[in-house]
Design a protein around this ligand. Structure first.
Ligand code: NAP
Length: 281
């Protein structure tokens, strides 16, 4: 079994981004700037936003954070998005999810200009993802593909099973795997006989948000297992896969933390740089 080390792969991507930004600066271009909008005081979201800001600093990108109170109305969030859409200093906008209850996530996300959609989650960019005409894909989904690439795990011709069908992760990574010629099955909470399906997977992606849900008897011997889950427990952050139970059955497995999480941030930086470059064309 080999651990897929997201920290190392993400660091390589960030190093390349840093070099590119430095070179752009010497050619008189300005550093890209990521705007993060956070609504409310969800502690996990605050940690995510501060690690995104730190990651921007580390590669020479700028960032701004617009922190809005829990009780912010839909129209107030939309008004902040519109300001950022019209602000020439801003390359990309990230709306930190989840939003507080009562705010319509899909409606609000779609106010982000597709030219500044850092996570590729507007309907327009998701449509392009589906059509295969996208440059930007949701960060976690593209991060999963990058980590597979880094370890020369080629999805072509493989059976891939994705558990979870969110736009943020499950559906998006399913599209990207199919683009790489995997045969993809997407499972969800209504799927019957889940283990029968997962046991056929050469590549198993798990994105459900349930601590240690996937056990050894759900894994095909020699599979690659990508654990997207982030579950906060008394014993720290735990994935959706029971790592200790499963690891001996796998060829490759991502740890939590240190697997998909760092890849997501690296791809956010990559998307921000790409969006800035597109603005210059
Ligand atoms: P989500 O929107 O809540 O979606 C969860 C999906 O899991 C749904 O499609 C749901 O099915 C499915 N599901 C739930 N229970 C299931 C079960 N018992 N059997 C099969 N499917 C089940 O969550 P998400 O945003 O995709 O995130 C999933 C996990 O990944 C969370 O732990 C999140 O924190 C983590 N995450 C990590 C990163 C990272 O960078 N590492 C990024 C994003 C998310 P239904 O559709 O039928 O309800």
């Amino acid at each position: 079994m080999e651990r897929l080390n997201g920290k190392i792969v993400a660091q390589d991507i960030k190093n390349q981004i840093k070099i590119e930004i430095e070179s752009r600066l010497t050619h008189g271009k300005k550093p890209p700037c990521l705007a993060c909008i956070i609504v409310g005081d969800n502690p996990a979201s605050q940690v995510y936003v501060s690690s995104k800001v730190k990651a921007c600093n580390a590669v020479g990108m700028k960032s701004v954070v617009r922190a809005l109170p829990e009780k912010t109305s839909e129209s107030e969030v939309i008004s902040v998005i519109n300001q950022l859409n019209n602000d020439d200093e801003i390359s990309a906008i990230l709306l930190q999810l989840p939003l507080p209850k009562g705010l319509d996530e899909r409606k609000i996300l779609n106010y982000i200009s597709p030219e500044k959609d850092a996570d590729g989650l507007t309907d327009i960019l998701l449509g392009k993802l589906f059509a295969g005409t996208n440059k930007i894909a949701p960060c976690t989904a593209s991060g999963i593909i990058k980590i597979l690439d880094a370890y020369n795990i080629d999805p072509c011709g493989k059976r891939a099973v994705v558990i979870g069908r969110s736009l943020l992760v499950g559906k998006s990574v399913a599209v990207l795997l199919e683009e790489r010629n995997a045969t993809v099955t997407v499972c969800h909470s209504k799927t019957k006989n889940l283990a029968d399906i997962t046991k056929e997977a050469d590549i198993l992606i798990v994105a459900i948000g349930k601590e240690k849900f996937v056990k050894a008897d759900m894994i095909k011997l020699g599979a690659t297992v990508i654990d997207v889950g982030i579950n906060r427990t008394d014993n720290g952050i735990v994935g959706d896969v029971d790592y200790e139970n499963v690891k001996e059955n796998c060829s490759f497995i991502t740890p939590v933390p240190g697997g998909v999480g760092p890849m997501t941030i690296a791809m956010l930086l990559s998307n921000t740089l790409e969006l800035e470059k597109d603005r210059e064309v």
